[in-house]
Write a new protein. Structure first.
Length: 435
């Protein structure tokens, strides 16, 4: 094995180690997303320095290594600040190694990489498929390697040196980028799967608990409420005691509402499925919430279309009620609640947006977990949990996007009734052809 190949493999080891060490060390620790990004960026910067410390030396002016791979990975996954920081680290350290022409090449290519990462990182994060992200990292890395060789070719005139670069550096850079992005995506996917498993276990425990005790608790509450109503209607009861009884009845109603949420969570499957007009159901929920919206100085703006879905009316209304009520309560100083309905392929899309306090990324990740709430002592953490479960049983998806002090967008995607009927018809036709 040639010396150049050994150095390239050593560089690849530095790059992959930086990507693996931080996730493994932080796997079982509760660390915020921002802290993880900072630590990953620092580890990536260290790998850049190590790559340039052990390069393949062409001559006194030029060296080549795999430093561009961690810049692409760190900048695209970490965001603009990470890209800027890694660019500064690369240029600064390259200056300490000497070689005016080499410093110029490094500066041009690093600034180009930082520029692309800064303007492309946001779109890159929202690419729907891991394969697309791997493809873009590999493609960009190939392009930056080609750009580097093209610029170096302006100074180099020895065919031997150019051929060595083409045989080692040009194939090593895209291959290393592919491996690095593949490992990054695998780690992200494993982390997401682990979170799903933890959430599923929590949901299962709450479901069993809710199913076993909800009915038993609800019955004595109903009886107690009935006797309190009789006491409130009695002529022997003083006005002061009637006020106390009314407070007790309201608290019993609140407890019953919580138990209803538990029952909905324990038995979310629709019992009486029917065709539902999305426009009509949303209008009914808005009528219920309008007094609360008026009290909070919240304006409700709608763009509704009468698409049809399949589900149980009461549970679908409860899901919408929970989501919209959360949106209104997130605007204590007033604001606007937007409710829009549209069609996307075979799915009916319900977009509920507010201009409220918003949420952090950590809070968004925990939405739908049992007992997790952003309302402090005022919340139970059951509303969104029930909403997620109802949409799940309707074969739908909930997607939440939010920024602190800018508001929250909730997207609910549900299969269109007519698309579902078409799928069934296609299946029946296929069966008929087979028979």
């Amino acid at each position: 094995m040639s010396d150049a190949s050994k150095e390239v493999l050593l560089n690849l080891f530095f790059v992959l180690s930086a990507l693996l060490v931080v996730p493994i060390l932080l796997e079982e620790r509760k660390v915020s997303r921002r802290s993880k990004t900072v630590l990953t960026t620092i580890a990536t910067a260290l790998s850049i320095i190590l790559c340039m410390t052990f390069p393949v030396r062409i001559n006194n002016e030029f060296i080549y290594d795999l430093r561009q791979i961690p810049i692409w990975i760190g900048g695209l996954y970490g965001g603009p600040l990470s890209a800027f920081f890694l660019c500064i680290v690369t240029i600064t350290y390259r200056m300490t190694l000497g070689g005016t022409a080499g410093i110029i090449v490094t500066t041009i290519v690093s600034i180009f990489q930082a520029f692309i990462c800064i303007f492309f990182s946001k779109k890159f994060k929202y690419l729907s498929s891991p394969k697309q992200r791997i493809f873009w990292v590999t493609t960009l890395s190939t392009f930056s390697a080609s750009l580097t060789i093209l610029i170096i070719g302006y100074w180099l005139h020895h065919e031997e040196q150019i051929s060595d670069i083409l045989l080692t550096y040009l194939p090593a850079q895209p291959l290393g980028a592919f491996l690095a992005s593949y490992i990054t995506e695998s780690l992200r996917r494993n982390a997401e799967l682990r979170q799903r498993v933890i959430r599923a276990e929590k949901m299962e425990v709450v479901g069993h608990l809710a199913a076993s005790i909800s009915h038993e608790i609800r019955n004595p509450l109903t009886v107690s409420r009935g006797f309190m109503q009789l006491l409130a209607q009695s002529k022997d009861t003083s006005e002061k005691n009637k006020q106390y009884i009314q407070i007790a009845i309201e608290e019993l109603d609140r407890a019953e509402a919580i138990i209803t949420d538990y029952l909905t969570f324990a038995k979310p499957a629709p019992e009486r499925e029917e065709k539902l007009n999305v426009k009509t159901e949303i209008e009914r929920v808005i009528d219920v919430l309008r007094p609360l919206a008026n009290m909070s100085s919240v304006e409700i703006q709608t763009t509704l279309v009468p698409f049809t879905i399949k589900g149980e009316r009461q549970k679908f209304q409860q899901c919408l009620l929970n989501v919209m009520k959360n949106a209104i309560e997130a605007m204590p100083n007033g604001g606007t609640l937007y409710v829009n309905v549209s069609i996307e392929k075979d799915y009916v899309s319900i977009h509920i947006a507010d201009t409220g306090v918003g949420m952090t990324k950590e809070q968004i990740e925990r939405l739908g977990e049992p007992y997790f709430t952003t309302k402090g002592a005022k919340g139970t953490g059951l509303g969104m949990m029930v909403a997620y479960r109802i949409i799940e049983t309707m074969n739908g998806i909930i997607s939440v996007h939010s920024e602190v002090d800018k508001g929250t967008d909730v997207y609910i995607y549900l299969p269109s009734f007519y698309a579902d009927q078409m799928d069934k018809a296609i299946i029946q036709n296929k069966r008929a052809l087979i028979i």
